[in-house]
Design a protein around this ligand. Structure first.
Ligand code: FAD
Length: 465
């Protein structure tokens, strides 16, 4: 095989590309990952998942957020937190992530090439190298894992200084004293609550009357109460008419006439597939109006069967966690590695403050499907671990089918939600029932005890087995 010919050419080194490349290399295929960014890792490592989660962790640590339940709202670990305090940890974490990834590629014999790829025909891509040269690479199979970029509406004057998109916010030179977040999707809600934990005055604007509609609404009510209680101004059902300036401060003018003056605006209006420069016509593919590609959900093949697509570029659920699995599954299909079908349910983690995590059906979905059900609820303050930690908030809700007693969904808001949910996920995907939680012993004291408390709460109202 020539130096420019590979079994598998992967475009993009985010979670989907990375996992696919390593999977293909593990079964002995020659693999090239083309990445146009300065370093490998994708949005996940450089502007999305890892930066936002590092920022969150740093904020929680430096503010002493987790201790405030005990020592009061005035408790602080560091009094004056500056942007450089947040950035230091961020850069250390990112360097480490890139190191690990480069090592993984090297260990598995995955080749990498830095440059932007575009198709020249169905089996060849041209890579524009930093030097200005180009290199043409031939592949037997391809994976398009180019991810997304923030959608930037033309009428918003993004300036990288005080009107920012979600990629720019991870690199702010100074902390604002007030912030308006436009768009209460996952990213908007995460940043709004992280900045609010830093005592920044936050307004969250959303044109729909609700937000995070895919989450169980009882959790959202609890979450909303917590946000309002600490002063986040929720402006739901309000469209942004325009953003003006008043003495260099942006003023977000809402369609109901209300004006929100803040030092900074974070505009999160969703993301679009980064397919525009791939020259898709050359390989016979087209993207939809948001730049996304259609695939067969079982195999991740596009309409050109030797070209796969995975990760955010194929749309929902647009998570690093699911992108990795899609990447792995696409490589397995491409190189005939037999794997079982994906489990029915995957978890969703929202790293807001407090965090939210959920797996399985919400109460709204159970009702829509006419499934007779019962719910059990536990409050973290009912657990001894919750007392020890000084938790006043946090809840877990479980939903069980009345006839089979099977677990249908687990919904958690509060400390540790994104870790705790995996117990529920295991029981759910293994088709477990209420009785698992009643009959098994949980470590004591733990927040996981909430599973037993919620199960007992449901058991009180369930017909006997
Ligand atoms: C602020 C934020 C927070 C998030 N938090 C979470 C979270 O907590 N948990 C979670 O699971 N998910 C989270 N996500 C989502 C997660 O980051 C994405 O689901 C994930 O990064 C998608 O992976 P991917 O492999 O599809 O592509 P990406 O990570 O988007 O990577 C695509 C790569 O392709 C490269 N590329 C694009 N075009 C070309 C080209 N023509 N040639 C060569 N290279 C190209 C890009 O430079 C990029 O490096 C978050 C996202 C954001 C924005």
């Amino acid at each position: 095989m020539s130096a420019n010919t590979y079994d598998f050419v992967v475009i993009g080194s985010g979670p989907a590309g990375r996992r696919a490349a390593i999977q293909a290399a593990k079964v002995g295929r020659s693999v090239l990952v083309v990445e146009k960014g300065r370093r490998v890792g994708g949005v996940s490592v450089h502007t999305g998942t890892i930066p936002s989660k590092t920022l969150r962790e740093t904020v929680l640590n430096l503010t002493g957020w987790r201790e405030r339940g005990f020592y009061g709202r005035a408790y602080r670990v560091k009094k004056d937190i500056e942007a450089k305090d947040l950035m230091m940890r961020l850069h250390m974490t990112l360097d480490h992530e890139v190191d690990v990834l480069e090592h993984q590629f090297a260990r598995n014999g995955v080749n990498t090439l830095r440059g932007a790829a575009r198709f020249v025909d169905a089996h060849r891509v041209e890579v524009a190298l930093e030097s200005g040269d180009t290199r043409v690479v031939t592949g037997e199979r391809f994976l398009i894992a180019v991810g997304t970029r923030p959608h930037r509406p033309a009428d918003v004057a993004f300036n990288g200084r005080n009107i920012l998109d979600s990629d720019e916010i991870v690199d702010i030179p100074r902390l604002p004293r007030s912030l308006t977040v436009v768009g209460a999707g996952v990213i908007g809600v995460e940043y709004a609550t992280i900045f609010s934990a830093l005592d920044v005055s936050v307004a969250l604007v959303e044109s729909r009357s609700g937000f995070l509609e895919f989450i169980d609404q009882e959790l959202i009510e609890d979450f909303t109460h917590q946000l309002r209680d600490r002063g986040v101004a929720l402006r739901l059902g309000c469209k942004v008419a325009r953003i003006e300036f008043d003495n260099d401060w942006p003023v977000t003018v809402l369609d109901n006439g209300r004006r929100i003056r803040s030092e900074m605006v974070l505009y999160t209006a969703g993301r679009v597939g980064a397919t525009e420069s791939l020259n898709l016509e050359a390989c016979g593919l087209t993207s939809d109006s948001r730049g996304r590609l259609k695939v067969d959900p079982a195999t991740f093949q596009t309409e050109a069967p030797h070209i796969y697509a995975a990760g955010d570029v194929i749309g929902f659920p647009s998570l690093a966690s699911t992108s990795m699995e899609q990447g792995r599954m696409s490589a397995c299909h491409a190189f005939d590695v037999k794997i079982p079908p994906a489990p029915e349910y995957f978890p969703y983690g929202i790293y807001s403050v407090p965090e939210i995590s959920t797996v399985g059906l919400t109460e709204q979905e159970v009702r829509q499907r006419d499934i007779p059900y019962e719910c059990g609820v536990a409050r973290f303050r009912e657990t001894s671990r919750g007392h020890i930690m000084g938790l006043h908030a946090g809840m877990m809700k479980m939903i069980f089918a009345l006839d089979t007693r099977r677990l249908l969904g687990v919904h958690i808001v509060g400390e540790g939600a994104t870790e705790l949910v995996h117990i529920g996920q295991a029981v759910l995907n293994l088709h477990g029932t209420l009785d698992y939680f009643i009959e098994n012993t949980f470590n004591y004291p733990t927040l996981a005890e909430a599973y037993k408390i919620a199960a007992l709460d449901a058991w009180n109202r369930m017909p006997s087995a």
